[in-house]
Design a protein around this ligand. Sequence first.
Ligand code: PLP
Length: 416
Amino acid sequence: MDARDPLAHFRSRFHFPKTNSVHDCIYLAGHSLGLQPKAAGSYLEQELQDWARFGVEGHFHARNPWVPYHRLLTQQTAALVGAEPSEVVVMNSLTVNLHLMMASFYRPTPTRNKILVEGGAFPSDQYAVNSQIRFHGFDPASALLELTPREGESFLRDEDIASLIEREGSSIALILLGGVNYVTGQAFNVEEITKAGHRAGCIVGFDLAHAAGNLPLHLHDWGPDFAVWCSYKYLNGGPGCVGGCFVHERHARAWNLPRFAGWWGHDENIRFQMGPDFHPMAGAEGWQLSNPPILALAPLRASMEIFAEAGMERLREKSVHLTAYLEFLLHQSLQSSRGSPHFTLVTPPQPERRGAQLSIRLPRAGRALCARLAAEGVIGDWREPDIFRVAPAPLYNSYQDVYQFVQRFTAALTQT
Ligand SMILES: Cc1ncc(COP(=O)(O)O)c(C=O)c1O
């Protein structure tokens, strides 16, 4: 499979961590922090050189002038998430963008004030949502609505999401779900959820932290009101890298929407007149606050170039096979353990309901097992209380990585 893989050569364009053992690193943590593209250093170095050479003049005279620098990422970002260029902007980090979007799009009223989230959403999302509810004078005890799987099941059923939206829709102001749940790896049907939410009169937004660069997305056509994501997971932008934000075209000129303003969202034609009145730019760029961190954007450019070359559709095609192979080998490992399973898979088995990640529930001594594997250079990550998450990233992982991972994982299990 590796010999026939048309994307195999991209692996050599990434740095793999060094290990202390004789074995090479098996890196299956792209769902947490993607690997460094080898070209990232030269992109960064160019900006450091231009800063040294031009000082403040670099804003207009650097080889890639810094004032419009964030736009070097716009086309590729729009292509990645299936949006019009005017619908996306690369700015801030995820939780900041989530707050900015909720400042505009969570408009609770006495009768419609609830936010619908997935139960056990990423903690930062829970804190953000609860604080927004309180900020508007409501109580999360009544205004937060959580979707939870049925008794004994580990992920949500599509029909349960749809029926809850239908049942409760008239009291829901905002539906905010992940594109892919960070614990279970379940991918949600963004299009259907958006349609159901809009039918019920709700605003619909998505946290695509685990979906961007993992699944093909068609945000413009699917029609959510907004989406936010980070760029350090599948997008390999580096630790704490600048995130992305999508605002649907239908809101591009919604000047009556309240928003938290900053000078980088102000009409660029009159930005440097330094006037006191805020005139937002049309589209997603109108939600920017600050001038962008050039040194954080530079490495992301290296990765987005690679994504543009590889193409999301081809990456997804490989990803489906790679993750199915991982699942197949894990099932084999379970069968050979002769009826005393040490683990279960909590990620949906249907390819359309998951991305690259598989989440393995390890009831016994799982944390220690993961730490031991990590010390040997077999890297996934652990989420309390009992989940080991692994994700073969199609851009740099091979079928051999997957095979070797399952060998080492099974061996470690039998030693526990
Ligand atoms: C689903 C999800 N939401 C939010 C965050 C928080 O992101 P940030 O620290 O960039 O705000 C993360 C980080 O891993 C995440 O996985």
